[in-house]
Design a protein around this ligand. Structure first.
Ligand SMILES: Cc1cc2nc3c(=O)[nH]c(=O)nc-3n(C[C@H](O)[C@H](O)[C@H](O)COP(=O)(O)O)c2cc1C
Ligand SMILES: CC(C)CC(=O)C(=O)O
Length: 370
């Protein structure tokens, strides 16, 4: 499964591929199984078209959105991805400075090769108000989770993203083929060091285990930081998550790296948005590559969207500058699409504007019938 990666960010992926050892490129690019979910994330956007509205007047336009009591300049954030120092020696610090400079919030996580304290410091060097969230998996030892939360809070993260789509690790076909299963010497998951139960200096492995709602409840009781549940695809889970006090949901199939049979994130989004019914913000990621993808996701109920691989490509090819330019260009592209759709604000984009290519019909909202 080391097939060619094509698609709308091919021009970014290709320089990154040339820059990186094959097994590292494949780790970033690859998905689980036959990579169906991975491909579908982008393809599903390609099957949707936007119906522009006309003669809506007003030259003023803003792409700003409010997420968890903060004003973001654009409905866009960097999704958590592992091992940025495999992409570039400056790693997550470069990504953090670039995202802050572009006005794009960053989610760093337990699989970062730079500690959360250093990531937040790099972002804040650039912009004292930069938004940084911390992504974690619930740990089977609750005191490990407690310590990770404490570190994120002390570093200055303003929300926690809890990824719950990984009761077991996805079968990443390319990694299995390449025999890639560890970071090279000199690189480590810095956040996993010096935790309860770890050997001095050695990071704990990142656990994939079948956590339950009770584990999440324990975390909810433990912290006042807003909790964002990542990896929700079923509307019933979305309802439970809201009842359990989650502050936001992130609709995601993990970039096609977990359940290969999962739908594209954008296909799962409308039913989750319906189930949540505006009670908390719904975010999404997976396959977002252009301004029109952002507009489509917003019209279907997302407050903001996350970007995974393209940030890694920009980082690998051109470091901090590459990431800043990429995110700035994506923001501008969204603003352009918003204008062409007749919108003045992101919330002007509505579900009636999204139709299926070839049929011009509204896509189904996708609520399971049983
Ligand atoms: C190389 C790589 C590493 C990732 N690592 C994590 C991770 O540590 N935690 C997590 O919740 N999601 C992780 N993801 C999933 C992303 O957060 C996100 O859901 C996905 O990449 C979005 O899809 P996109 O790459 O098509 O934009 C990773 C994705 C990639 C490609
Ligand atoms: C190595 C993992 C902890 C991160 C990753 O690759 C993923 O979550 O997709």
């Amino acid at each position: 499964m080391t097939g060619k990666d094509t698609g709308p960010t091919h021009h970014l992926a290709e320089p990154a591929r040339k820059q990186l050892p094959q097994e590292h490129y494949d780790f970033f690019a690859g998905g689980a199984g036959e990579e169906t979910a991975l491909r579908e994330n982008e393809n599903a956007f390609g099957r949707l078209a936007l119906l522009p509205r006309v003669l809506r007047g007003g030259a003023d336009r803003s792409t700003g959105v409010s997420v968890l009591d903060r004003e973001w300049p654009a409905p866009l954030f960097v999704s958590p991805t592992a091992f940025h120092r495999l992409a570039h020696p400056h790693g997550e610090a470069a990504t953090a400075r670039a995202a802050a400079a572009a006005g794009v919030p960053l989610v760093t996580g337990v699989a970062a090769t730079t500690s959360v304290a250093d990531v937040v410091a790099a972002a804040r060097e650039q912009d004292a108000d930069a938004v940084v969230w911390f992504q974690l998996y619930l740990h089977p030892e609750p005191e490990v989770t407690t310590e990770l939360v404490r570190r994120a809070q002390r570093a200055g993260c303003s929300a926690l993203v809890v990824t719950v789509d990984s009761p077991v690790f996805g079968r990443r076909t390319r990694d299995l083929h390449n025999g890639f299963h560890d970071l090279p010497p000199g690189l480590a998951t810095e956040n996993m060091r010096n935790l309860p139960g770890s050997e001095p200096g050695r990071p704990l492995p990142i656990p994939m285990w079948p956590a339950g709602w009770d584990d999440l409840r324990r975390l909810r009781e433990q912290t006042d930081l807003p909790l964002v549940l990542k990896g929700v695809l079923h509307p019933d889970d979305a309802r439970i998550a809201v009842e359990q006090g989650m502050d936001a949901l992130l609709v995601s199939n993990h970039g096609g790296r977990q359940l290969d049979a999962a739908p594209a994130s954008v296909e799962a989004l409308p039913a989750v948005a319906d189930a949540v019914a505006g009670r908390v913000p719904v975010l999404m990621d997976g396959g977002v590559r252009r301004g029109s993808d952002i507009a489509t996701a917003l019209a279907l109920g997302a407050r903001a969207v996350g970007i995974g691989r393209p940030v890694l490509w920009a980082l690998a090819a051109r470091g901090e500058e590459g990431v800043r330019e990429y995110l700035t260009a994506l923001r501008a592209d969204f603003d352009h699409v918003l204008a062409l759709c007749g919108g003045h604000r992101p919330q002007d984009l509505t579900a009636d504007q999204v139709v299926e290519r070839g049929t011009a019909r509204r896509p189904s909202r996708g609520e399971p019938t049983c």
